[in-house]
Design a binder for this molecule. Structure first.
Ligand code: ADP
Length: 447
């Protein structure tokens, strides 16, 4: 087992990982920018190292500073959290070259899944169902037209190097296709320095359903069920549930089994998420994230398993603590992402939190790095906390969520809490009847 883990992240996830390390009796080092000197994770860590000024590229993305911090403090492993360097294959490779364990998959697995064309090809080879589309990059308009006619309109053109919901264009007719192809390619080139694009069938009303998987690096793969993350705004997840209101136990076992087998065959190590669009009873792979996800706590709530403990165990060579038949799904969990944003316009609202009071009671978990008097710096993403609620079934979970939202107080800044108070009383949400476009339509109608 590791003696000392360096946490290369900030905010709620840095604290989340720190808690897991403490429970396992592992010493912690955190790195931080000058803007985060007062952050909770810095206060609670055994050691902290300031690695640079506020902009991420000079601090949280500065690989050399982070490696230097490992060497100065004698950390033998790095947990990257999510975002920042968590899916940076070069970072994983550099750490390996310094004999420091990256708590995550190999650089090669990160690389394959980071290239969406390569990822899709790999998924297909492993027997995972994919969205019908081009087999690889498309450059010629003639070829694009042929493929689109074959799979049928509407189609979506996506950047191979894309991420964060950027670099996608929908074409509803052959006339649209020409412009869509040209704009997608030039936007991808400008945004990602790589203008490779590919074509997929555009699904009109899918849900976003993702499978939490784990590989032990020794050829064993398991799944921890799915999460439904269909409630999105601008392709950003807002509310996540486990299990999905749209799946039954049979469907869960079937897609879970497919994913676990694929992970085993890949020889994958650590946590991963296989993301699908789901429509009319069919799953369509869109991408795999090779890291811990923001929404992992809903899976922890219904399985009772600490996924960060598992990540650390696997990375240290200790394997997974559970076998597939020991992973049981109990009740229902919902996570609300609380952002420092205007609940209607979603404009960031940094500033000082004058009062912060979190709800409590059975089935309530709040993961957050903030406190009363904390000043939110304007340099980073606006997530300030996550409310995770568990109940014996979805109805109980929703009742408890409503109560918890009423108790939650964040003064001094704007947050997305009022949005969740609206959503929890909505009929479609109560019935679990929503697709990936539902929230955008709801917000447009409320304007
Ligand atoms: P990114 O890596 O940029 O997040 P994804 O491939 O995960 O890109 O897609 C992001 C979102 O775009 C999906 O959650 C979905 O809302 C939409 N999307 C992607 N592919 C399709 C498709 N074939 N049909 C319909 N919507 C899609």
């Amino acid at each position: 087992m590791f003696q000392k883990i360096l946490i290369a992240n900030r905010g709620e996830i840095a604290l989340r990982v720190l808690r897991a390390c403490k429970e396992l009796g592992i010493k912690t080092v955190v790195v931080h920018s000058t803007a985060d000197a007062d952050a909770m994770h810095v206060r609670l860590a055994d050691e902290s190292v300031c690695i640079g000024p506020p902009p991420s590229r000079d601090s949280y993305l500065n690989i050399h500073q982070i490696v230097a911090a490992c060497e100065i403090t004698g950390a033998d492993a790095v947990h990257p959290g999510y975002g920042f360097l968590s899916e940076n294959a070069k970072f994983a490779d550099i750490l390996a070259a310094h004999n420091i364990t990256f708590i995550g998959p190999s650089g090669d697995h990160i690389r394959v899944m980071g290239d969406k064309i390569e990822a899709k090809r790999t998924a297909k080879r492993l027997g995972i169902p994919v969205v019908p589309g081009s087999d690889g990059a498309v450059t010629e308009e003639k070829e694009a037209k042929r493929i689109a006619a074959e799979i049928g309109y509407p189609v979506i053109i996506k950047a191979s190097a894309g991420g964060g919901g950027r670099g996608m264009k929908v074409a509803r007719t052959e006339d649209d296709l020409e412009i869509a192809l040209a704009t997608a390619r030039s936007e991808a080139g400008a945004a990602f320095g790589d203008d490779a694009v590919y074509i997929e069938k555009y699904l009109e009303k899918p849900r976003h359903i993702e499978l939490q998987v784990f590989g032990d690096g020794a050829g064993r793969g398991v799944h921890f069920g799915e999460r439904d993350c269909s409630l999105q705004r601008r392709h950003q997840k807002v509310w996540e549930e486990a299990n999905s209101p749209a799946l039954n136990a049979d469907q869960r076992a079937r897609i879970g089994d497919t994913c676990a087998k694929a992970i085993a065959e890949l020889g994958y190590s650590g946590a991963g998420t296989i993301e699908f669009l789901y429509e009319n009873g069919e799953f369509y792979f869109i991408e795999m994230n090779t890291r811990l996800q923001v929404e992992h706590p809903v899976t922890e709530a219904i399985t009772g398993i600490d996924l960060v403990h598992e990540q650390i165990r696997v990375a240290s060579g200790g394997g997974l603590s559970v076998k597939q038949d020991e992973i049981k799904f109990n009740g229902h969990a919902i996570e609300c992402r609380i952002n420092a944003e205007d609940p209607r316009t979603f404009t960031p609202s940094p500033g000082t939190i004058t009062h912060f009071h979190t709800p409590g009671g059975l089935g309530i978990r709040v993961d957050s790095g903030v406190y009363s008097g904390y000043k939110i710096p304007p340099y980073y993403d606006s997530l300030i906390g996550k409310l995770i609620v568990h109940g014996r079934n979805r109805v109980e979970c929703m009742m408890r969520l409503r109560r918890a939202l009423d108790e939650f107080v964040v003064d001094g800044i704007k947050t997305t809490l009022p949005l969740f108070r609206d959503l929890v009383g909505n009929h479609d949400i109560a019935d679990g009847e929503y697709d990936i476009h539902w929230l955008e339509k709801y917000l447009a109608a409320a304007d």
